[in-house]
Every structure is written in structure tokens, then in C-alpha cells.
Design a protein around this ligand. Sequence first.
Ligand SMILES: C[S@@+](CC[C@H](N)C(=O)[O-])C[C@H]1O[C@@H](n2cnc3c(N)ncnc32)[C@H](O)[C@@H]1O
Length: 253
Amino acid sequence: MKHLLSPQLLFFVHALVAVPAATHLAAQQANTQRETSAANEETGESINPGINSNFLDPELDVDQWVARFEVESREVYQARKEILEQMKLTSGMRIADVGAGTGFYSILFSEAVGEAGWVYAIDLSPKFVPYLSQQFDQRKLNNVTTVMCDQDSICLPPNSVDVAFICDVYHHFEFPGDTMRSIHRALGEGGRVIVIDFERIPGVTREWTINHVRADKATFINEIQDAGFDLIAERKIPGFKDNYFLEFGKRSQ
Ligand SMILES: C[S@@+](CC[C@H](N)C(=O)[O-])C[C@H]1O[C@@H](n2cnc3c(N)ncnc32)[C@H](O)[C@@H]1O
């Protein structure tokens, strides 16, 4: 059948129909993921079994991960100064580096918050945790504590931090609701959470990331809001192509 509309008009009609359809699909997918997350909470099962097997391996080779994490070709390493600027840390602040990994962010935070502030470098990897302590000792940092945490809790006392930093870690949380609620408790009034994670856009994002990261930004925002936070803003990091930077505020009860 011949089209009764001109190609230009057809394109316009398609755009009108396709864009809302795509938005609708993304919202639908986010809702489905949110239901999966809620179902896992009820059964107490990990939402992503095995995602941390590398980090939990007692034979993990730390040097190999230093070479992988602290390299200029990694966006979150290359853009570390821009990220730090956007976090607006000031002297005296207390910050939780959740999933500190090899610790390069904890070291930057230590300097940013100064002697009056404090940094908690938190991880669950039996090889990263002692490595972190060793690094901080070598640098004679006297405002950093290393914390070995649990899969479902960052293991900090109530009202102990002002900012929680979650960089390339949220998609590794196996119990995101429990972990985020433990962060909620650990934050003081007016506390903030920074989440940096990978964009996950089918057809745009590379296959490795699609397979590695369980859900997209909209899903993660919903989950974090459900745990008691409000989205304050998405901040622009000029060096980012594959990642996003979200800032949340602790919602008062
Ligand atoms: C991809 S690495 C990112 C490390 C560091 N944030 C960076 O950007 O270089 C993920 C880290 O999160 C840690 N991790 C995974 N699940 C965690 C949890 N529930 N609580 C704390 N850390 C966790 C892992 O052990 C690992 O060190």
C-alpha cells in the first residue's frame, strides 16, 4: 500500500510516536527491575549472585587490579579531579568511600577533608582491605580508617558520615536495599550520596557493560529513592561518556 503521507511528514509522525514509545519502554523496564529488586528483598536472595566473586577471591592479585583501576583510560580515574570538584568536599567533612577498591579516591578525600575531617575506606574484599590499610600507613594518613564491611551493610555507626561515595560499586551491591538503608543510617542529617555508575542503554552501550551491569540509571534511581533518598541532581562531568554522576540527599524520616 502506498503511503498517503509525504516522507517528511512520515518522519515527523514516526518521531512523535517513537520517542514516547521509547520513553514508555524505558519506564516499563525500570519498573520491572524495581519489582525484581523488591522480590529479592522479600526472599533475602542476592540480586546478582557471583558479581563479586573476583573481589572475594582470597587469591586476588592486587597489583593486577591496581593496573586495571588506576589507569587514565578508565573514565572514573581520568576524571578524578572533575569528580572531586563536583562533590564539593570541605575541610572537616566525614566521608565514606563505599567499595574503596584500591583506594585512590580515599587518598584524594583524605587531603580534601583535611585533619579536621575523616575518611572511611570501606570494602568487603579480603585482599583489598589489608592493602588499603598498608597504603594509608605508608602515606602516613592519620584521618582514614579502613573498614571490612558485610554484603548487606557498610558497618558504620549511625550519624557517622556526611557523604557516601559509591563509584563503580552500586551495580556490585548484591543486597542494594539493605546496603542503601545502612548508608541512610550512617549519614547525618542533610547527608549526601554520590553514585557514579555506567550508562546502560541497549543499542548504545557496549556489550560487555550490558552484560555486567544489571540495570539502567532509571532503575537505580528508583531503588535508591525507595531506600530513603531524594535525587538532588545529575551533575555533568566533562570527561564522562560511559558514566553518569548522581547526587542524592538523605530524606528525613
Ligand atoms: C569495580 S570496583 C570499584 C572500586 C573503586 N570504587 C574504584 O572506582 O576504583 C567495586 C568494589 O566494590 C566492592 N564491593 C562490592 N560490593 C560491595 C558492598 N556491598 N559493600 C562494599 N563494597 C563492595 C568490591 O569489593 C570492589 O572493591
